[in-house]
Design a protein around this ligand. Structure first.
Ligand SMILES: C[S@@+](CC[C@H](N)C(=O)[O-])C[C@H]1O[C@@H](n2cnc3c(N)ncnc32)[C@H](O)[C@@H]1O
Length: 285
């Protein structure tokens, strides 16, 4: 194998066998398959880690990931480099409209006796989805005086730290209107910060969605947003995660996926809800 680049040698190259081993390990850990099937992509994203750890080849990196005491932490770092964290405020507005105009009134009627609504944004990345949902629910006339909580989770600690910090730059604001921006954000040195009253409705935690036995930490919820996450995962991982959502949702609670995702060939446990411009999935009441 090639020498350590620190010693002036060539960059280590990823053989197809090492690529397969690393892909398997990553997929076992978090379900991720989409995108990481390219050895070129893996090599480019992970080469800096070999250098940082002083390893001269990818097989040693694989052994490190699998057997070294530092392996679990390194695996988190590797996954961080292999996943996309793309997100922004008010992403997929048509779906948010369907949620507020068609689903929330129904949920408000269903849970009127308890006047409490809990929403989970699963795979929330840096938190824009969480704060978007919080803004919409805070202003919803049918939820006045309700106890509304929005919980965000992601496998990446880095994005969760950023979500808690709640300071965003221009790219997060590409789809927001000035009404929401002026009302819920204030200028700070590093960008625009979410106002404290909105932050108080939201909480964040690191969670690997494959660890369905840890969903109890989220508690029972009434709505799950899991948008643009399942599309990157293998079929068995999707099925397992969606089963976990089903068990976590209240009866009559709803699951919303990203625009290119569906439960086709994943599960038949949910009822399909046809909205004017979208589809959602309901746990039968
Ligand atoms: C493209 S972002 C989607 C963010 C947001 N839901 C949206 O639609 O704008 C996908 C997120 O899913 C997270 N993710 C991927 N696999 C995961 C897993 N097994 N458990 C938890 N989060 C995961 C990634 O870390 C990433 O932040």
């Amino acid at each position: 194998m090639t020498a350590n680049p620190r010693d002036g040698g060539a960059r280590p190259q990823l053989s197809s066998e090492d690529s397969r081993l690393i892909q398997e390990l990553v997929s076992e850990y978090c379900g991720l398959t989409h995108g990481i099937d390219s050895a070129f992509f893996l090599e480019r994203r992970l080469a800096p880690r070999l250098e940082a750890l002083g390893l001269s080849n990818f097989r040693d990196y694989y052994y490190y990931l699998r057997y070294d005491p530092g392996g679990p932490r390194e695996l988190e770092d590797a996954v961080e480099r292999l996943t996309t964290h793309e997100t922004y405020l008010f992403r997929e507005q048509y779906q948010l409209d369907a949620f507020t105009q068609e689903l929330v009134p129904e949920l408000a009627a269903r849970f009127a006796a308890r006047r409490r609504l809990t929403v989970w944004s699963a795979g929330c990345s840096t938190g824009e989805e969480v704060y978007t949902i919080a803004m919409l629910l805070r202003e919803h006339e049918r939820l006045r005086g309700w106890n509304v909580r929005v919980i965000g989770s992601d496998i990446s600690r880095k994005v969760i730290t950023k979500a808690r910090r709640a300071v965003y730059g221009a790219s997060s604001f590409r789809a927001i209107t000035s009404y929401w921006q002026q009302k819920y954000f204030r200028d700070v040195e590093a960008g625009l910060e979410v106002r404290e009253d909105l932050r108080a409705m939201c909480s964040f935690g690191q969670l690997n969605l494959l660890a369905t036995d840890r969903y109890h930490a989220i508690g029972n919820c009434d709505v799950v947003f899991c948008r643009n996450v399942l599309m990157y995962l293998a079929a068995p991982a999707r099925a397992r995660i969606v089963d976990g959502f089903f068990d976590t949702l209240s009866r009559g609670g709803v699951l919303l996926l990203g625009h290119s995702e569906s439960l086709l060939n994943v599960t038949t446990r949910f009822d399909l809800v046809h909205l004017t411009s979208d589809l959602a999935y309901r746990r039968p009441p």
